[in-house]
Design a protein around this ligand. Structure first.
Ligand code: AHR
Length: 507
């Protein structure tokens, strides 16, 4: 039997709700057809945004949304997206690829802020640090955040319909600047980052700057960046840093099968790479703390998810760029990733799954009138209870799974778990990584006891390759049941390839 020890008195920290964040980029079908259908559309909408998606997204407490990219941010001119929509310029956007590469700019700063308000999320803006100037970034911040009736830019915002400032707090300074964001060296980028210190003095009210960190396979970026940053920090001439961004995709170029069909070994291989997020977080955090002792820089995993790239980076026929289907495999991967973030909430202050709709590890698929919630959407729904709660220490004793792929043997644990406590309610989320075995799990409580019956929500399907689609939008949805609990121990049975939420009163 699998056992999990949970310590009520051993707190890891408070789970920042921003760990449950999202990412919207002007790429493929994310913005246009995804969230935006236009005010004149026959598709039910609020201020031009797809109503069904708004309602479903709001229901899972989306906390924070990153925009407008990604790579798109590195060629974005924020001025193209303000003012009367009919007068906005049409610009080139390589990230539509097969759709004529044209950007209508119908969704700009004001619309994106409207969207955030509609779903009750904080905006997180990514600044172009590659093809524009620090002054342009300062102007964008001033346009968004200066009080009414102050500067000319604040007045322009008012003329464009928003007298009240947007108070955008989170600003990412660049995106993947080691690659698409300018092919910079860590030293080049640090030099640019330094200049933003001046902005923080001129328009900085509670601004939280996020610096560009590495992709998982370029760890030397962090050491070199912080060597330079430290030098400048010591003399006080560098932008302060709230967060350091990490991108971590589980990239499948064929080794893990296809989106919809995979062998057991290919399922496990995807989980193994997903589990490697944990040492990546730990090692990046240690490097930052070693370089900058006494500072509180947190990790912002602002792009993560499963990315199927069997076709390289080209759109699949009849699909948007990077559009992919998902199954229970993405759901279990999402659950184990969120468990990792909860368990490292003393390090991770934000995470944004890539991307919200019609792209990579989506929570929605949307086309025409249809808006389907994927299996991962339900995982976010089940896990939202962790937001603001205190993450607790847990220890799992479970069976390992052995498999081999391309002739190489591997071992992974069969279970992932995190636990949190809020207002006397214990929430435990579990991912059963095994496609072969249900698991009987005993949850032992240390430092307290279960005081009443609880609730168990299960996301699973008879076939672990099942998922939701336009044809079968509700094939996989969570099922809820009550469970009896009391004393110090509770035993539950968890189906294979499933995600479970347990909520229990404890004292
Ligand atoms: O999410 C798609 C792309 O992946 C983003 O634009 C970029 O930042 C990353 O490489």
């Amino acid at each position: 039997m699998t056992t999990i020890d949970i310590w009520l008195n051993e707190e890891i920290g408070r789970i920042n709700p921003n760990i449950y964040g999202h990412f919207i980029e002007h790429l493929g079908g994310v913005v246009y057809d995804g969230i935006w259908v236009g005010e004149d559309s026959e598709i039910p909408n609020i201020k031009g945004f797809r109503q069904e998606l708004i309602e479903k997204l709001k229901a899972i407490n989306p906390s924070v949304i990153r925009w407008p990219g990604g790579c798109f941010a590195e060629t974005y001119n924020w001025r193209d997206g303000i003012g009367p929509r009919e007068k906005r310029p049409t610009t080139v956007n390589w990230w539509y690829m097969n759709d004529g590469k044209l950007e209508s700019n119908q969704v700009g700063t004001h619309e994106f802020i409207d969207f955030c308000k509609l779903v009750n999320a904080e905006p997180y803006f990514a600044v172009n640090a590659t093809t524009t100037t620090v002054l342009e970034a300062r102007n964008w911040i001033e346009y968004c955040n200066m009080m009414q009736a102050t500067t000319t830019l604040a007045q322009e915002r008012e003329e464009n319909g928003s007298p009240e400032p947007f108070n955008v707090k989170y600003w990412g300074l660049g995106n993947e600047n080691w690659g698409g964001g300018g092919c910079m060296t860590p030293e080049d980028y640090c030099h640019i980052y330094r200049k933003y210190g001046i902005i923080s003095k001129s328009v900085g009210q509670d601004l939280q700057f996020i610096a560009c960190g590495p992709y998982e396979d370029i760890p030397e970026w962090t050491a070199k960046f912080f060597d330079k940053y430290k030098e400048m920090y010591t003399v006080g001439r560098v932008a302060p840093m709230f967060g350091y961004s990490l991108h971590y995709y589980v990239t499948n170029t064929g080794r893990m099968g296809t989106e919809l069909t995979y062998s057991d070994a290919q399922w496990y291989e995807l989980m193994r790479v997903g589990l490697d997020m944990e040492p990546f977080i730990q090692s990046q955090f240690e490097m930052i703390r070693a370089a900058m002792p006494g500072t509180s820089i947190g990790l912002v995993v602002d792009e993560w998810g499963v990315w199927h790239q069997q076709n390289g980076r080209h759109p699949l026929p009849g699909k948007y760029l990077f559009e992919q289907m998902s199954t229970m495999r993405e759901a279990v991967l999402a659950a184990l990733s969120l468990n990792i973030f909860n368990n490292h909430c003393d390090k991770v202050v934000m995470a944004n799954v890539a991307q919200l709709v019609n792209c990579i590890h989506s929570l929605f698929l949307a086309k025409g009138n249809a808006c389907v919630a994927t299996t991962s959407y339900y995982v976010f729904d089940m896990f939202k209870i962790h937001q603001h709660a205190i993450s607790l220490k847990t220890e799992i004793k479970c069976k390992n799974i052995s498999y081999s792929i391309e002739g190489n043997p591997y071992d992974i644990p069969s279970l992932s778990c995190s636990a949190s406590l809020k207002d006397g309610k214990l929430a435990v989320t579990l991912a059963n990584l095994s496609v072969d075995d249900d698991q009987e799990i005993m949850l032992k409580l240390n430092g307290g006891q279960y005081t009443s019956n609880g609730r168990m929500v299960v996301l699973s399907s008879n076939n672990h390759m099942d998922g939701n689609s336009f044809e079968e939008p509700y094939k996989v949805t969570p099922v809820e049941q009550t469970i009896s609990a009391g004393g110090f121990e509770l035993t539950v049975t968890m189906p294979k390839a499933s995600v479970v939420l347990l909520t229990l009163d404890v004292s």
